[in-house]
Ligand binder design. Sequence first.
Ligand code: B12
Ligand code: SF4
Length: 507
Amino acid sequence: MRVLLVHPSALMYSEIFLRLEPLGLERVAAAARDAGHQVQVVDLQVLRHRDLRRVVRSWRPEVVGFSLNYLANIPEAIDLSRAIKRELPGCFVFFGGHSVSFVAGDVLRQAEGAVDAVVRGEGEPAMEPLLQAVRDGGLQEVPGIVTAAGYGPAPRMLHGIDSPRPARDLMRHRRRYFIGELDPCASMEFTRGCPWDCSFCSAWTFYGRSYRKASPEAAAEELASIAEPNVFIVDDVAFIRPEHGDAIAAELERRRVRKQYYLETRADVLLRHTEVFERWTRLGLRYMFLGMEALDAEGLDLFRKRVNPDDNFRALETARKLGINVAINLIVDPAWDAERFKLVREFALSVPEIVHLTVMTPYPGTEIWHTESRRLTTRDYRLFDIQHAVVPTTLPLERFYEELVRTQSVINRKHLGLRTAFGAARILTDRLAHGQTNFARMLWKFNRVYNPGRQLADHRRPVRYELPLPPGVPVGDRRELYIHTRQAPRSSGPSARPSGGPAGLPE
Ligand code: B12
Ligand code: SF4
C-alpha cells in the first residue's frame, strides 16, 4: 500500500532555537517499509501545507498517519485530516504518538469521522498488523488501536530498540535540522524510557516507567552511518547506566567516529557518573541540557524531582570543569509575581549557562493533570506548549507575559552577547560558507517569535477543539496513568479509557 506519514508544524519554541528530525516517525516509517509497503514522509516542520497537498494529490496515498507527540499540534492534524478525507474519501487516516495516546478517545470524537483510528503507544510494533488490517479487515484486533468502535487490545511494546533503524533516507530536507550552532544536526536514540517519576512529566507514564537500552554495537553502527557532523541524543536522561555509555563510547573509539553531541541528563546522574561524561567530551560532547526545574528545595519537592538544589549547583560546576556548555531549564509557575521574575533574571545573569524557561502546564498523562487544583483558564490544545499560561496567573495575564518575555530576552541577550563576543561571528561565517543558514536565522528571529502581544493574542483565537476536562479526582495507583502495561485493557467506547494495571515491565 502507499503509506504517507506526516509530522505537524513546528511549535513556537522550535521556530528559533532548534528544529530536529522526527525520529519516532522515521522509525514508524521503517516498520511500515519493512512490512513491504511504499512509504513517504512529509515533515511540516520544514515543509508547507501546500507541499503536503501536492503529495496527497499526486501520489494519492491509501493510508495517511500523523505523528502527534505534542498536544498543541492536535487541531492542525485534525484539520489536515478533514482536508485529506475531502480529497481522498477512501483514504485511511490515523494518528499516533506520545500525547495523542493519552487523549485518543476524545480526539477521535472531535475529528467527527475525519480520523479513522488512533494507535496508542509505540508505533513500530503496530505498523505491520495495522496496515494488514486496513487491507484485509480485523482493525479492532490491532494492539493499541482505538476506533469509533472502542479500544482494542493493549499496545505492544518493542523488546529491544536496536531495530527498525529510523528511515532517515526518507527525509528530503535533512540540512534544515539543527540545534543552536550544531547546524546541521541529526538525532539518535541510545535508550528509551525513564525510571524517575516527576509530577510534571509524561515520559515515565507513557513507557510505564520501563527503561530499555540499545546494544552498544548497534548504537555505534547507527551513529557511524549518520552523515551529519552533529548529533542530538534524544534520551530523556543520558547515561543513567554509566557502563552502557562507556560501552558505546568504546565502540565509537574503535570505529574512530567523531562528531559533536548534544544530550539531556539530570544533575544527580552527572554527579554520580562524571567519568562517562568526561569520556564523551573526548568524543565530541559539547552541549548538555539539564532539567533543573526549580532553584529551591520546595519547588524541587513539588515536582518530585528527587534532587536537591546543592546537587543542581554542583552539577553546573562539574559541567563547567568538563568544558560542556549547559542549558538549564526552569519551570515558571503562573503564580510568580514580578519580584520572583526579577530574582530569576538575577540568577540567570549570574551564571554563564543558557537558561530556558518553560511554563508549568498540567498535561494529560502527567500527575499534575490530576492533582493541580487551580482550574484551567483555557482548554485550547494550541496553548498547551509550555510557553503559555493555562492556569490563573497572579499577575494580570498581560503583565505575566511581559515579565516572561522580558526575562527570556534578558537571558537571550546575555547568551547572544557572549556568543557574538566569543565566536558567533566565526561560527556564523563557517556555517554560511557551508550553506547552513539555520543558525544565522535563529540569531535574528527572537523578537518576532517571543513577544508578549503575540502570546496574549494566542489566547484570543477562536477555539474549535478543546482538551477534555481533567478528571478532578486524585490519582490512586499511579500505574493507572501508564500507556504501556501488561494488562489488556477492556474494550469500550472511544470515550471510556482503558484502565492501567500492574507495571511488571522490563526495568
Ligand atoms: C527529543 C524530544 C524533543 C526534540 C525533538 C522533537 C521532534 N522533532 O521530534 C526537541 C528538543 C526538538 C523537542 C522539543 C519540544 N518538546 Co519534546 N521531547 C523529546 C523527547 C525527550 C523524546 C522524543 C523522541 O524523539 N523519542 C524517541 C522516539 C523514537 O520516540 P517518539 O518520538 O515518542 O515516537 C514513538 C511513539 O511516540 C510513537 N509515534 C510517534 N509518532 C508516531 C506516528 C504514528 C503514526 C504512530 C502510529 C506512532 C508514532 O511511535 C514512536 C516509536 O515508538 C520527549 C519525551 C519522551 N520520552 O517521549 C519530549 C516530549 C515529547 N517533548 C515535550 C515538549 C513539551 C516539547 C516542547 C513543546 C518543549 C518546549 N516548548 O520547549 C518542544 C516542541 C517541539 C516542536 N514540535 O516544535 C513533551 C510533550 C508534552 C505534550 N504532552 O505535548 C515531552 C513528552 C516531554 C515531557 N517532559 O513531557 N522535544
Ligand atoms: S523530567 Fe526527566 S527525570 Fe523526570 S520523569 Fe521526566 S524524563 Fe524522567
